[in-house]
Design a binder for this molecule. Structure first.
Ligand code: C2O
Ligand code: CU
Ligand code: CU
Length: 965
C-alpha cells in the first residue's frame, strides 16, 4: 500500500519516506474545490440556484425533493495516468430541521450546467433558472432536457453518509467513489460529477450544504484525492496560492514549479497577501495573507488589496468620554434668555472628539467671545417676542498659521450650483425661525473670512427647539460637516410654568455622524456624492459619549444634525419615553413612545425618566435606522448613540403635565392654494450622473414648471394658508423643510406609478400623535404623498424650501418660494393685479377676500351654462347670438339674485367675458351651449385638487389669491 503524506495522517508521514526509498512510488494528495454545483427543485422545474451560497438535498416541508449536483475538475488537478488510491468528498452542512438522514452520492451520467440563478436569503426555494442552469427538467436551461426529469445518474449510490443536525463537515468516501474519480481522470469528457440525494420520502428533512460560492471559503465543497502519479512529478503553485501536481519538469505548470518530487501536502505555495485591518484607533493596516490576518483578529480586505491608501476604519471604544454640554451663549449687551445682542464668531479650532483619536480634530466651531470656539457652538437662549440680534463673524483662520483662510479646509467640488470656488463662504440660518429674508441666512448672502453679518431674530413665534447652522449655496454639507451648528432654545412664561425638567436636567443632544482619518482628522469625499454616511455617531461633538444621570427625569432636545443619516432612536432596555414637542414646539400633550425616527434637520423634545433604575444601571440610546433610509433593515446601521449611567442621587421626579400647550389646528378648508411637488432624481447633468430635484408640477401628474433653485414658481400671499403636497418618486426618504413657516402634517398617502402616472392608493393617513403639532421638517417616504399645511405671514421675500439631506440640498434639491403682499399696490410675481384700492368687483380687490373667476369665450348657439358657487347651483339659459360677455353678465346677475348667496353676502360681477365672485367656484362650469367654452389659463392650473376636469376642457377656473383681511 502506498504511503500518504497528509497533515491529518501524521503517523503515515513518518513512514512515507521509508516507503519512498523502498519502492520509488510517491503517493500524493490534493484537495480541490468544486468546479460547478447547483440544486434542482422538484416542485418548480424551472428553478435552480447556480450562483447561490448553498445547495440542498432531500424533501422540503411540502414533500418536494431537492437534489444537488457537484463536479470537480479531476483531470485538471492531478497528472494524467495517476492511480487513484482513495477519495473523500467533504460537504459542510449548514442548516437542517432533522436528525440523521442518509445522504447518498451517485455518479451523474450526462452533462449539466451552472448558470447565474441566485435565490438569496435562506435559498431553500431556488430562483428562476438562468440560461445554462440545471433544473429538475433541464440539464441546460432552457435548451436541453434530461432524458429523465430529476437528473440522469447511477441508481446505485457510490457512497452513503448519515448527516445529522450538527452544522459541520460531513464526508463521503468509498472504493466506488475512487473508481468514479479514476474514470473521470481517464476520460475527463465523461466527468459530470455526483448528484447528492437525501430523504425523499418524509417532509421537512432537507439538508442544506454550503456551495462553492459560499463566502466562507473554508466551508465550501472539497474533494481530497489520494493518488500515485505515473512518473516524477512536482508541485505547481498558482498565483492564488493553490497547489497542483504536474509532471516533471513542470512544463504544464502555469504558475511556479516547485521542483521534482515536491508535493502539495502540506501546501508549499506562497499565499497571496492583501490589506488586513486591525481594529485600532489609528486604523492599523498590514499586508499579510488571509489566514494570518484572521489569525491576528484582523479583517482581510481581499487578495491584492493594499494598505496605501489605508482602507481601514478608525475603530474607537464607545462610551469612553463624558457627554459635553454646550455652554450658554453670552451676549455683548442685554441678558441671555431675554432681549440681547450677541457677537458670535466662527473659528477653526482643534477639539478632541474621542479620547482614543490619535490627535485633536480640526473643526469649525463658534465662540461668543473675542477668541476661542466650541463645536457645536454655544446654546443661545431666547424668549418669545424678545428680540435677539446676532452679529455673525466669519473669523475662520488656518489653525496653524493664524491667517484668515482663503481656502476651504475640505475640498470644494465646484461643480454643484453656487459652489463657485474654494473660498470659505458662510451664511447663518436659524432653522425654524420666523424672520425676514435678510436675517434668514439666505443661501447666496454669504460672507468671507474677515467679514460679518447682522441677523435680527424678533422671536415673534411659538417657543421651540431651533438650531443655527451654515446655509451656503452648494457647500452647506461641507460647512456643517466642519462643525457649523448649534442650538437656539426659545421659551416663554407659559412653557416655564409647566415645570418641565430644567437646568442640569435639560440637555440638547446634537446627534451627527462623522468619519475619521487615522490621524484623527475629519474625512469627507473630495467630490459631491449623493449622500454622506459617517461610521461614528457624535453627540455634542463627542463620539459615543456617556452621561451620568440622576434618578429622575431629563428633558433631552434631540436634534438629528447628520448630513444624510436618518436616526431611529430608542433605549436599549426597551423603556418608553415621552415626546413633548417637535420642531415647532410643544405638543398639546406628551406622547409616549418606545422609539422615534428623525430625519436630518428634525428635532424631538423628549423626557426620559431614570427614576426607576438601580444605581449603576447602564442604558444605551440606540439607533436602528438603516442607511440610506428607509433601505433594508440592518443595513448601514450604526447601533450606538450614547450611554446613560444611573447614579445614586435623586433627580427631578416631578410629573410631566398631561397638557402642555393648546394647538391651533390649521384646516384644509382655509387653504386658498394647493401645490404639488415631486421629489425625484433628475437626469445627468455636468456634475453627476443625476441630481436630486424638487419639481413643481402644480397638480398631481401636472406638467413640470420648475425644478431648479432659480426657478421661482411659488408666490404665497401673506395671510393665506396653503396646502403643499410632496410626492416622493424616488426610493429614498427626503426630510422636506420649509423656511419662514411652521407647518402641520395633514396626512400621508401611498401611491403607485402606473404607466408613469401617479395613482394614489389607500386612504390618507393622519400623522402619528408625536408628529401632530408644529413642524418645519417632515420625512417624505418613497412612494408617499405627504400633505402639509402652512400659513404664510410676516415677511415678503424669498425663502428656501428643500430636502435637509445636505448633499441633496447642495445639488439642486433646494428651491425657493417668494411671499407677496396683497393690497400693497405692488404687482408682485404671481399676483394678477394689486391696485391697492378698496373697491371690490374690479377683479383686483384689495379687500383681500378670495375671488374666483371664470372666463367664457365664443358666441352662444342656445343652451345652458351652470356654475356652482359656494355649493349653490346657479345657471342661465343662453340664446343664439349672445356674446360670452353677455352670458357672463347674466350669470353674475343670477348670482346676485340668488337669495341664498346674496343672503350670505356673496358678491359677483363681470369684467368683459370674465365672471368674478367672492364665492368659491370649486368646479368647472357645466355648459350645454355648443358655441361656448371655458378659457384655459395654464399658468393658474396650480389649483390642485379643485381642478378636476369633467367632460369639459381643462378647468378655466381662475382664483385670485388674496389675503383675508
Ligand atoms: Cu436647516 Cu434651510 O435649513
Ligand atoms: Cu431652515
Ligand atoms: Cu433628499
Amino acid at each position: 500500500m502506498p504511503g500518504e503524506r497528509t497533515i491529518g495522517y501524521f503517523c503515515l508521514t513518518l513512514i512515507a519516506p521509508m516507503l519512498l526509498l523502498a519502492t520509488g512510488a510517491r503517493a500524493d494528495q490534493v484537495t480541490i474545490a468544486a468546479s460547478k454545483d447547483n440544486t434542482i427543485f422538484e416542485e418548480n422545474a424551472a428553478n435552480s440556484n447556480g450562483a447561490g451560497d448553498y445547495f440542498f438535498a432531500g424533501n422540503n416541508k411540502d414533500g418536494f425533493a431537492r437534489r444537488a449536483l457537484v463536479t470537480f475538475n479531476v483531470a485538471g488537478s492531478i497528472p494524467a495516468g495517476s492511480t487513484i488510491n482513495s477519495v473523500t468528498l467533504t460537504l459542510y452542512m449548514s442548516r437542517t430541521r432533522t436528525q440523521n438522514q442518509n445522504v447518498t452520492v451517485h455518479k451523474v451520467l450526462a452533462d449539466w450546467g451552472e448558470g447565474t440563478s441566485n435565490a438569496g436569503g435562506e435559498e431553500g426555494g431556488g430562483a428562476a433558472a438562468t440560461t445554462g442552469d440545471a433544473t429538475w427538467s433541464h440539464r441546460f436551461y432552457s435548451t436541453t432536457l434530461w432524458t429523465t426529469a430529476g437528473g440522469q445518474y447511477n441508481a446505485t449510490a457510490s457512497a452513503t453518509t448519515a448527516v445529522g443536525n450538527a452544522t459541520q463537515d460531513y464526508t463521503w468516501s468509498s472504493a466506488a467513489m475512487a473508481t468514479d474519480v479514476q474514470n473521470w481522470l481517464n476520460s475527463p469528457s465523461g466527468n459530470f460529477g455526483w448528484i447528492v440525494l437525501a430523504n425523499e420520502t418524509d417532509t421537512r428533512v432537507a439538508k442544506r450544504f454550503n456551495s462553492r460560492t459560499n463566502p466562507d471559503a473554508t466551508r465550501r465543497p472539497r474533494l481530497t484525492i489520494n493518488f500515485t502519479p505515473p512518473s516524477p512529478t512536482g508541485a505547481c503553485c498558482a498565483t492564488d496560492g493553490s497547489c497542483s501536481i504536474v509532471l516533471d519538469p513542470g512544463g504544464a505548470c502555469s504558475g511556479t514549479y516547485q521542483g521534482s518530487g515536491t508535493v502539495c501536502t502540506p501546501n508549499p505555495c506562497p499565499q497571496p497577501t492583501g490589506a488586513c485591518c486591525l481594529p485600532t484607533p489609528t486604523a492599523s493596516c498590514t499586508q499579510v495573507s488571509q489566514s494570518s490576518c484572521t489569525g491576528s483578529g484582523g479583517t482581510f480586505q481581499g487578495t491584492s488589496t493594499s494598505c496605501s491608501p489605508n482602507p481601514c476604519p478608525v475603530v474607537l471604544t464607545p462610551f469612553l468620554d463624558p457627554l459635553p454640554v454646550p455652554a450658554v451663549a453670552q451676549p455683548v449687551s442685554g441678558t441671555a434668555g431675554g432681549v440681547a445682542s450677541y457677537r458670535i464668531a466662527t473659528r477653526e479650532i482643534e477639539q478632541q472628539l474621542h479620547s482614543q483619536l490619535a490627535n485633536p480634530t480640526r473643526v469649525w466651531g463658534f465662540g461668543d467671545g473675542p477668541t476661542g470656539a466650541t463645536y457645536p457652538g454655544p446654546t443661545v437662549l431666547a424668549s418669545k417676542d424678545q428680540q435677539v440680534t446676532v452679529t455673525w463673524v466669519n473669523d475662520i483662520r488656518d489653525f496653524t498659521t493664524g491667517l484668515l483662510r482663503t481656502q476651504h479646509y475640505l475640498n470644494v467640488d465646484t461643480c454643484p450650483h453656487g459652489a463657485m470656488d474654494q473660498s470659505v463662504r458662510v451664511t447663518f440660518h436659524l432653522h425654524g425661525a420666523h424672520v425676514a429674508q435678510d436675517s434668514d441666512g439666505y443661501p447666496t448672502d454669504t460672507f468671507l473670512p474677515g467679514s460679518e453679518d447682522v441677523n435680527v431674530y424678533p422671536n415673534h413665534q411659538l417657543p421651540a427647539t431651533l438650531w443655527y447652522h451654515d446655509h451656503s449655496l452648494g457647500i452647506t454639507r461641507l460647512n456643517v460637516y466642519m462643525g457649523l451648528a448649534g442650538f437656539y432654545l426659545l421659551s416663554d412664561p407659559v412653557e416655564q410654568a409647566l415645570n418641565l425638567p430644567a437646568g442640569e436636567f435639560e440637555i440638547g443632544l446634537a446627534i451627527q455622524d462623522r468619519t475619521f482619518n487615522p490621524d484623527g482628522s475629519l474625512k469627507y469625499p473630495a467630490m459631491w456624492d449623493e449622500m454622506f454616511l459617517g461610521d461614528k455617531i457624535l453627540v455634542n461633538g463627542k463620539v459615543w459619549p456617556y452621561l451620568n444621570v440622576k434618578k429622575g427625569k431629563y428633558r433631552f432636545r434631540m436634534l438629528n444634525g447628520c448630513n444624510s443619516r436618518t436616526l431611529r432612536l430608542a433605549l436599549s432596555n426597551g423603556a418608553s419615553f415621552q415626546v413633548i414637542g417637535e420642531e415647532g414646539g410643544l405638543l398639546p400633550s406628551p406622547v409616549t413612545v418606545t422609539q422615534i425616527t428623525l430625519g436630518p434637520g428634525e428635532r424631538a423634545d423628549t423626557v426620559i425618566d431614570f427614576a426607576p433604575y438601580a444605581t449603576g444601571t447602564e442604558i444605551l440610546l440606540t439607533n436602528s435606522a438603516p442607511a440610506p433610509f428607509p433601505g433594508t433593515p440592518g443595513v448601514g446601521v450604526i447601533p450606538n448613540v450614547m450611554k446613560f449611567v444611573v447614579q445614586s442621587q435623586a433627580g427631578d421626579t416631578d410629573p410631566v403635565p398631561s397638557t402642555l400647550r393648546p394647538l391651533e389646528t390649521l384646516s384644509e378648508n382655509d387653504a386658498s392654494m394647493h401645490r404639488v411637488f415631486e421629489l425625484k432624481k433628475g437626469p445627468a447633468d455636468a456634475c453627476s450622473p443625476f441630481f436630486w430635484s424638487v419639481v413643481t408640477t402644480g397638480t398631481l401628474n401636472g406638467t413640470p414648471i420648475g425644478d431648479r433653485y432659480e426657478d421661482l414658481t411659488e408666490f404665497p400671499e401673506l395671510g393665506t394658508t396653503e396646502v403643499w403636497s410632496f410626492v416622493n418618486r424616488s426610493g429614498l426618504t427626503h426630510p422636506m423643510h420649509m423656511h419662514l413657516v411652521m407647518f402641520q402634517v395633514l396626512d400621508r398617502q401611498a401611491f403607485e406609478e402606473q404607466n408613469g402616472q401617479i395613482v394614489p392608493i389607500g386612504s390618507r393617513v393622519p400623522p402619528p400623535a408625536h408628529e401632530a403639532g408644529w413642524k418645519d421638517t417632515v420625512q417624505v417616504g418613497p412612494n408617499e404623498i405627504v400633505r402639509v399645511i402652512a400659513r404664510f405671514e410676516g415677511y415678503t421675500g424669498k425663502f428656501p424650501y428643500h430636502c435637509h439631506i445636505l448633499e441633496h440640498e447642495d445639488h439642486e434639491m433646494m428651491r425657493q418660494f417668494q411671499t407677496v403682499d396683497c393690497g400693497n399696490s405692488v404687482v408682485e410675481p404671481g399676483e394678477e393685479c394689486d391696485d391697492g384700492d378698496t373697491s371690490s368687483g374690479n377683479g383686483c380687490a384689495s379687500n383681500c377676500d378670495i375671488e374666483d373667476q371664470l372666463t367664457l369665450q365664443g358666441v352662444a348657439q342656445g343652451g345652458t351654462v351652470q356654475v356652482v358657487v359656494d355649493g349653490v347651483m346657479v345657471g342661465v339659459t343662453t340664446t343664439p347670438g349672445q356674446t360670452a360677455a353677455q352670458v357672463v353678465a347674466a350669470l353674475a346677475a343670477a348670482i346676485l339674485a340668488n337669495p341664498t348667496l346674496s343672503g350670505a353676502g356673496v358678491l359677483a360681477g363681470s369684467i368683459g367675458n370674465t365672471l368674478w365672485t367672492t364665492g368659491a367656484i370649486p368646479d368647472p362650469a357645466a355648459i350645454t351651449d355648443a358655441g361656448l367654452n371655458e378659457v384655459i389659463i395654464p399658468t393658474l392650473s396650480t389649483l390642485g385638487a379643485s381642478i378636476l376636469a369633467g367632460g369639459l376642457a381643462l378647468a378655466a377656473l381662475r382664483r385670485l389669491r388674496r389675503a383675508r383681511s
